[in-house]
Design a protein around this ligand. Structure first.
Ligand SMILES: Nc1nc2c(c(=O)[nH]1)N[C@H]1C(S)=C(S)[C@@H](COP(=O)(O)OP(=O)(O)OC[C@H]3O[C@@H](n4cnc5c(=O)[nH]c(N)nc54)[C@H](O)[C@@H]3O)O[C@H]1N2
Ligand SMILES: Nc1nc2c(c(=O)[nH]1)N[C@H]1C(S)=C(S)[C@@H](COP(=O)(O)OP(=O)(O)OC[C@H]3O[C@@H](n4cnc5c(=O)[nH]c(N)nc54)[C@H](O)[C@@H]3O)O[C@H]1N2
Ligand code: SF4
Ligand SMILES: [Mo]
Length: 780
């Protein structure tokens, strides 16, 4: 990808200063500088020397910064004295006292009575501090991140094969690959700059791109050489079908398998049941597409695979994602330039949440079931192992179910908007309304604040300092460009202050959280992560500033970071190295330490078989369509940032549903009509887009839009993958009908043209340097 400096400045002339930072509106981690004038953020420009984006920015990267200057920024803390009282402004002291009083009251019933739900959008330093507070101070496992909805499966999928979390390949491998396989990843809309990099690589290498997605997405339209347009919920069947053909045609590396893996025989016996005719029927794709896919995969040594929500947000998430790693292990396409699986992250610091241990993991990928590792962690924290009692982390949905049963009274929500983003919105709202809720957010209009008893105004991106790790392990440093508005404080300060008000101490009676500055937390993290896979011991803020971003591990062996993992083909599967002892995909039971000791592969990777199973909540006569939810290029999540940009919002101002022309004809629904989706859980309304991007019987709604009848999460369920506990957000049964006739507005027509491939304006306009394939790909 050629360097190019994209910029967007809201002022005439030069700013006062440019401050080093990175975009945090997805996991790509594009380097940029923030323009500051008169103490305000006035624009951004891409960093040409940055190893991730070479100065390129996408639409959110260019326009997202306007959110900082919104009039809806929170300036002062607020509390609600009783459930039916309004939120009232108070001083920080009063708000923190109120917090501590309610925290202690709930705590007096046991630590399981409190829960923390945080985010893949905080900094590494904040997440590390929060994890230490909750696990080391409160000694509780009731802590999770919205990473659970996002990339929990990336972690469990990687652990299933390699023993620990940690994306294997990197963008440097994308540049060298001859085959890019995108599994449930609509990269053209969700990481536009990575898409540019992929297209540039395809052009340079004369390579190919294969996409597995039930929708004909812009990724398919703009760049797929092969589109496997499978039926929603058939990922495991497809992967087994591919592996069946790899084995049958001997497109596997038997020497590699024998030297570096365990489990081949069992895998082979399971995939025997997935001959191409059966798989073509289950997935509803032409058999030739499946055979072409297997042939390309089996005969292209330099292959990189990316995996995202089309695989992760389903009940078969871990199995299907792990099978992608398995394909790489079978063909030996791992640990060398241009080859490897890249189980993607989504949020800007989902990776940090997993690394630092503020969600479903312990710090630096430590295993709570390994006494050696837990003793080591206690030594770092200077706390007593005997009283530490590491517990298995609880996921957000089981905590919500706990709160529903009255077992959790206190919920601290930091940097996430669960009222909009959790499944089954009506159920979620009922639970949050009956619970004591603290919301820590930069904006006073984030929907979840409607359920809050305490609101803390916080500093956001550009107003604080800290690191974020992107999807390929590149660590960025975000510097503070301006002061936060009003009395807003950083999450870091709030977490550290509360820890000290609660009086958490180490075993020598010193404050457990003694940090006063994010850099203190970073320095401690360097020590805590040393020797683990995500080793930061050789990384400094200065090195990051010098290099733009540094990929972990960064230590004596890799003083300037590491391009790809497992070049030595030694995996972290030894019994006291691994992050988990694993779960059997076939029956869902966790492996005990004793059973693991028996089968310890001591450095070899696992090949784990999985059977395809019919998804839960299938369609019925009353609810005959499957609803797919996901993203559009212009908005980030619940729109608390992107809706404030006039430019971005103008392209996608309202919710809409994609419906196939065959279904629309049958139901007499036309483009622009107002339609209703109903399900056992709720009701949605929005305009219809009649377009063949979706298969007959499936509909698609973006999940970005708010609370109530706009929200796709009116219809989703608390169903989840048994291993990663990631919710099944990609298929829910619904009924659809027209409410009234309508005319399409111009944004809807423009969006439709983007989707049906007749226009790629405006978001991909810059890719038109011959790299975009505008011809229609092979597609079922
Ligand atoms: N513009 C924008 N970019 C973003 C974000 C955003 O909100 N907006 N969010 C960021 C975050 S946090 C994340 S996690 C990523 C998510 O990035 P993606 O995972 O790429 O985005 P989604 O639209 O959620 O889902 C991807 C695709 O999965 C497909 N899919 C649905 N069901 C199935 C299935 O059964 N099998 C297969 N193979 N595919 C299926 C959908 O049709 C969809 O096109 O994006 C990041 N980037
Ligand atoms: N149906 C359906 N639901 C989904 C998905 C889907 O595809 N379909 N995708 C899921 C995925 S992958 C994700 S990642 C989630 C995202 O869901 P959320 O995490 O709920 O989405 P955001 O809108 O990013 O919420 C972040 C909140 O943090 C606030 N914030 C921003 N910066 C800061 C900060 O520095 N500090 C603090 N304290 N707060 C800050 C924002 O204003 C916002 O309110 O949604 C999930 N939900
Ligand atoms: S690709 Fe992601 S990180 Fe890069 S500019 Fe776009 S939103 Fe920001
Ligand atoms: Mo995500």
């Amino acid at each position: 990808m050629q360097p190019r400096i994209d910029s967007n400045l809201g002022i005439q002339g030069e700013p006062d200063t440019w401050v080093h930072s990175a975009c945090i509106l997805c996991s790509n981690g594009c380097g940029l500088d923030i323009a500051v004038k008169d103490g305000r953020i006035v624009g951004v420009r891409g960093s040409a020397g940055h190893p991730v984006n070479f100065g390129h920015l996408g639409p959110k990267g260019e326009h997202g910064w306007v959110a900082n200057n919104s009039r809806r920024r929170g300036m002062v803390p607020m509390i609600r004295k009783t459930k039916d009282a309004p939120l009232k402004p108070v001083s920080w002291d009063e708000a923190l006292d109120f917090f501590v009083e309610h925290f202690r009251k709930a705590w007096s019933q046991g630590h399981q009575n409190l829960a923390c739900y945080n985010s893949g959008q905080l900094t590494l330093e904040e997440l590390y501090t929060l994890g230490k507070f909750w696990r080391g101070g409160l000694r509780s496992a009731n802590i999770d991140g919205n990473t659970r909805l996002c990339t929990a499966t990336s972690a469990t999928g990687l652990m299933a094969n390699f023993g620990v979390d940690g994306p294997v390949a990197s963008y440097a491998d994308v540049d060298r690959a001859d085959l890019l396989c995108l599994y449930g990843h609509n990269v053209a809309e969700v990481q536009t700059v990575l898409w540019e990099r992929m297209l540039a690589a395809r052009k340079k290498n004369g390579g190919r791109i294969m996409v597995v997605d039930p929708r004909k997405t812009p990724t398919v339209q703009q760049g797929a050489d092969l589109h496997l347009q499978i039926r929603v919920g058939t990922n495991v069947a497809l992967m087994n079908g591919i592996i069946h053909l790899l084995v049958q045609n001997d497109w596997v590396d038997r020497h590699f398998i024998a030297q570096h893996t365990v489990g081949f025989d069992q895998l082979e016996s399971v995939v025997r049941d997935y001959p191409p005719e059966r798989v073509a029927e289950l997935c509803d794709i032409p058999r030739e597409h499946l055979e072409t896919a297997a042939k390309w995969i089996g005969t292209t040594p330099r292959m990189v695979s990316t995996v995202l929500q089309g695989f992760y947000q389903s009940v078969e998430a871990t199995a299907s994602s792990s099978l992608v790693n398995t394909v790489h292990l079978l063909t030996g396409a791992i640990g060398r330039p241009g080859a490897g699986p890249l189980l993607m992250a989504g949020q800007p610091s989902a990776m940090c949440n997993r690394e630092a241990g503020a969600g479903g993991s312990y710090p630096a990928y430590r295993n709570p079931h390994s006494e050696v590792q837990m003793r080591d962690l206690c030594a770092h924290w200077n706390i007593d192992y005997a009283s530490f009692r590491p517990e298995v982390p609880r996921d957000i949905l089981s905590m919500m179910e706990g709160a529903e049963r009255g077992e959790i009274e206190f919920f601290w929500v930091i940097g996430t908007n669960p009222l909009v983003s959790l499944p089954d919105q009506n159920r979620t709202e009922r639970i949050l309304r009956r619970t004591f809720v603290v919301v820590q957010d930069p904006f006073v209009d984030a929907e979840t604040i409607a359920c809050a008893d305490i609101y803390f105004p916080v500093a956001m991106w550009g107003e604080k300092q800290g690191c974020v790790t992107n999807a390929d392990r590149s660590v960025n440093l975000l510097l503070k460009a301006v002061d936060p508005p009003g009395e807003a404080r950083s999450d870091f300060d709030i977490i550290a202050q509360i820890a000290n008000r609660l009086g958490f101490k180490d075993k020598d009676g010193q404050p457990l959280i003694a940090f006063t500055d994010p850099r203190d937390a970073f320095e401690e993290w360097r020590r805590v992560s040393k020797g683990r896979p995500c080793d930061y011991s050789g990384m400094t803020y200065e090195l990051i500033l010098e290099m733009g971003a540094v990929r972990w591990p960064c230590n004596e062996q890799y003083p300037r970071g590491c391009e790809r993992l497992y070049e030595d083909l030694k995996f972290w599967t030894g019994i006291d190295e691994c992050e988990t002892h694993g779960v059997d995909f076939l029956n869902g039971t966790p492996t005990t330490r004793n059973a693991y000791a028996h089968a310890d592969p001591a450095g070899k990777a696992f090949l784990r078989p999985a059977q395809w199973r019919r998804p839960p909540n299938p369609v019925s006569e009353a609810y005959p369509f499957l609803l797919i939810t996901g993203r559009v290029v212009y908005h980030f999540h619940t729109r608390t940032k992107t809706a404030r940009s006039k430019v971005l919002n103008a392209h996608a101002p309202q919710p809409y549903v994609e419906i196939n022309p065959q279904d629309a004809d049958r139901l007499a629904i036309a483009l622009g009509d107002l339609v209703e989706l109903t399900s056992p859980n709720g009701r949605w309304e929005g305009v219809a887009m009649v377009v063949d991007t979706v298969r007959p019987g499936e509909v698609f709604v973006p999940f970005h839009y708010g609370h109530g009848a706009q929200s796709a999460n009116q219809h989703t369920w608390y169903a989840r993958d048994a291993v990663s506990q990631q919710p099944h957000l990609k298929s829910s049964p619904v009924a659809i009908k027209r409410l009234s006739f309508g005319q399409p507005e111009s944004w809807l027509l423009e969006r439709m043209r983007e989707l049906d491939g007749t226009s790629i304006e405006p978001f991909a306009a810059r890719m038109l340097d011959g790299t975009v394939n505008m011809s229609v790909p092979m597609s079922s």
